[in-house]
Write a protein that binds this ligand. Structure first.
Ligand code: P6P
Length: 316
């Protein structure tokens, strides 16, 4: 039965429901053809990644440019996505969390720039928690502020394999069904009011304004939900409301998370869903990246929570 036009309330997020079980390629029908092809290509590669976990549980003997030991799955996921996109002709630039610099694909006829965290949260693979692939999409080079993005997506490998994308026409979620197809799960997602907070970093190292922020949330009865997987934690916040933060902290005021690969794409998606993002003082999406390795303090969630952190930091 088609439920065209029916507004349905799912969990805590409200969405306009166009049609049940619409396939991703149908949903992308009126999207720029290269953007559509890119999202479909990545969706196909992530199906392969979703099947590759069991045989790639080990650590590799290498480290990324951030000094983090790479999982075999980190490197494999990076390789399979890059191999697929470098020959596509539609992608000109690609920056990956697992690569030291921006890759430029000679012979590309298109102008798309892609930022990629092939497997965010990979240290959780060994304990079977949800991890994900995060993608930012630009026209032109990727060392541009996040508000220049033309789209963003993530695939969350959990009890369900969920693909969420936006091309600035709403935020839409697909589930990988038993037939191996991504079909509509929720459309036009809007972040609700909610009381969940996902506080990264160590409390003993909080900066004063951040401590005030956390204490304010706790006094309001916010519940702590932090898994160690950015993409999973932000996915939960987008559906249940509240805020994710990995702040700047004593001895590391730039924080841990990467602007290009984590903060920008997830901040863009949540912003498109009616939320907001900040480094504590300004919209993260307005920040000019200084390098591919740019780290930034991250607050992503409801406008109410983002307004609060920016008010508290301004009072410092
Ligand atoms: P910590 C994963 O390595 C990651 O980059 C994010 O996915 C996550 O939010 C954060 O680091 C967790 O960091 O210091 O709590 O292990």
């Amino acid at each position: 039965m088609s439920s065209v036009g029916l507004t349905t309330t799912f969990k805590n997020s409200v969405c306009a429901h166009k049609k049940d079980n619409m396939k991703l390629n149908e949903h992308l029908a009126d999207c720029d053809s290269d953007l559509r092809e890119l999202i479909l290509r990545i969706s196909e590669v992530t199906k392969k990644i979703a099947k590759g976990f069991a045989s790639r549980q080990s650590y590799s003997d290498t480290r990324n440019i951030y000094g983090e030991q790479q999982m075999a799955l980190d490197k494999w996921a990076d390789e399979v996505i890059i191999d697929d996109l470098k020959g596509s002709g539609i992608v000109k630039y690609l920056a990956s969390e697992e690569q030291p610099e921006v890759l430029e694909f000679e012979g590309a006829t298109g102008d798309l720039g892609v930022t990629l965290d092939p497997l965010d949260g990979s240290s959780l693979i060994g304990v079977n928690l949800a991890v994900g692939t995060i993608v930012g999409i630009y026209r032109g080079n990727v060392l541009s502020p996040g508000n220049q993005m033309v789209g963003a997506m993530y695939v969350l490998y959990g009890p369900l394999t969920i693909l969420t994308y936006t091309v600035k026409k709403g935020v839409h979620e697909f589930v990988l069904n038993d037939d191996g197809e991504f079909v509509t799960h929720e459309e036009n997602i809007r972040i609700p009011d909610g009381k969940i907070y996902a506080p990264g970093a160590l409390r003993k190292n909080y900066l004063p304004f951040h401590m005030k922020f956390i204490e304010a949330l706790e006094s309001e009865g916010y519940k702590l939900r932090f898994s160690g997987s950015f993409v999973a934690d932000v996915h939960q916040i987008m559906h249940k409301g509240g805020v994710f933060t990995y702040p700047g902290f004593v001895s590391k005021e730039s924080g841990k998370l990467r602007l290009l690969f984590e903060a920008n794409p997830m901040g863009f998606i949540v912003t498109q869903a009616g939320g907001a993002t900040s480094d504590g003082r300004r919209d993260i999406l307005s920040v000019q990246p200084e390098a591919v390795s740019h780290r930034i303090p991250v607050y992503i969630g409801g406008k109410k929570e983002i307004d609060l952190i920016q008010k508290l930091s301004a009072e410092e």
